[in-house]
Design a protein around this ligand. Structure first.
Ligand code: PMP
Length: 419
């Protein structure tokens, strides 16, 4: 599980095309560790209309009030055009950060606008946090499995990713403790725990409330920063969000949030809420990378949050996703009883364990031929595990398409099991 890739050309590197790319020998070492995401590679096939894609995690934003947004945007440009289209603050607009503080209250985060850095999606926040903390070979402890986009960032900074098991209540504190002890005994430098506590991508599970202070305390004792990634927190189907990890130890946690799932990903606005000194470094790193996040996007979002019942819209999204979750659960029960799966209480995903002996990655071409797409579990591990799992997304297709997709998948699984 050791990154980066070996220095000598060969294996993947040779496959990447030493001869085809005249710049191959000029790339930085970290660029050799970069791989195309299995999900992106799937996009082209999965987006053919005849394929039911249970692969992508695109939010279903068809319920957004487009006419309202059109009028709002026209008004923004007419009333404040030159301001909205200008460069802005590297940390993000004050009005945006004030509203982000209010949004985070729903997740039990009590922060000050000065603690917040606005980023180009929470993906950029992942990149910035990794940039300021990780030297090549540092260890990042992450759930098994983990969000593929975070793994890509960690690899780019040549981190060593060590996975810790989850169960149906999320990350297992005893496993975290024993992993951190083992790494300390080996003299490894563990810099952070990366975790998605709510409605995990891809695991579909949520960290139980009783485990939250335990996880925070274990990391505090070991001097390990927590990177709490929470884009789905407001999309729970049953009741209010659980307290964030940050609420237990604000100085030990960098919290990431996003408007991509609660509003729209196209604005590309997310944020980090960080302890003061960390926040300063994040702003410097972000200014070096992008000068400032889009002011136009931020002012658009502030107008929307101010002028529209945005929380009512979030509730509507929850209902949409709950209906789709229900469709997927009942289709799995009906068509694929020989598999096991997690029952998500929010978010977009379920994590399916295939019947013994099946290889999700090897099975994928056959699935696509049978007009259904998923993501192989291997995408979500740094070390090649996961072949007996698939991630299924229920966020985007209609309930009927979800049913049909699971029916097709079940046919492929059965055919494969009989081979
Ligand atoms: N973290 C997780 C767990 C995600 O699922 C995603 C989006 N798929 C992101 C971060 C990044 O989202 P964005 O950059 O759109 O905020």
């Amino acid at each position: 599980m050791t990154n980066p890739e070996p220095r000598t050309p060969g294996g993947d590197r040779a496959a990447a095309g030493t001869r085809l790319d005249p710049w191959f020998d000029s790339y930085a070492e970290r660029a050799h560790g970069m791989r195309s995401s299995e999900i992106r590679a799937l996009f082209a096939v999965a987006s053919r209309p005849e394929v039911v894609s249970l692969a992508g995690g695109m939010p279903n934003i068809s319920g957004l009030p487009i006419d309202y947004l059109a009028d709002m945007t026209a008004k923004l440009l007419r009333d404040r055009g030159p301001e909205a289209l200008q460069y802005g603050s590297g940390q993000g607009e004050v009005a945006m950060r004030e509203q982000i503080v209010e949004v985070m209250r729903y997740d039990h985060v009590h922060a000050h606008p000065d603690d917040v850095v606005v980023t180009t999606g929470s993906q950029q926040a992942l990149d910035l946090v990794t940039e300021i903390f990780i030297d090549p070979g540092d260890v990042i402890v992450a759930e098994a499995p983990s969000y593929v986009g975070a793994l890509g960032v960690f690899r780019a900074y040549q981190a060593d990713i060590v996975h810790v098991p989850m169960d149906e209540d999320g990350l297992v504190p005893e496993e975290l403790e024993s992993t951190l002890r083992r790494l300390a005994a080996e003299g490894r430098r563990v810099k952070m725990l990366y975790t998605v506590p709510n409605f995990h991508n891809p695991g579909g599970v949520t960290l139980a409330e009783a485990r939250r202070p335990q996880v925070v305390e274990i990391c505090r004792r070991h001097g390990v920063l927590i990177l709490e990634d929470n884009p789905y927190g407001l999309l729970g189907f049953d009741g209010d969000p659980l307290p964030s990890l940050k609420s237990y130890n604000p100085d030990g946690v960098v919290y990431l949030g996003s408007f991509s799932k609660t509003f729209a990903p196209g604005y590309r606005v997310g944020w980090a809420a960080a302890p003061h000194a960390v926040r300063e470094k994040l702003v410097l790193a972000s200014e070096a990378a992008i000068l400032s996040p889009s002011r136009f996007s931020q002012l658009s979002i502030t107008s929307y949050l101010d002028g529209y019942d945005w929380y009512g819209q979030v509730k509507q999204f929850r209902e949409e996703y709950r209906t789709r979750r229900d469709a997927m659960m009942s289709a799995l029960t009906e068509y694929l009883p020989e598999a096991r799966w997690t029952v998500p209480t929010g978010g977009f995903y379920t994590w399916v364990t295939l019947p013994a002996g099946l290889d999700a990655k090897a099975m994928l071409p056959r699935a696509v031929t049978n007009l259904v797409a998923y993501v192989s579990g291997t995408a979500f591990y740094a070390d090649g595990q996961g072949a007996d799992h698939v991630r299924l997304s229920f966020c985007y297709p209609t309930p009927e398409r979800i049913r049909e997709g699971v029916r097709r998948l079940a046919g492929v699984v059965r055919a494969e099991a009989e081979l």
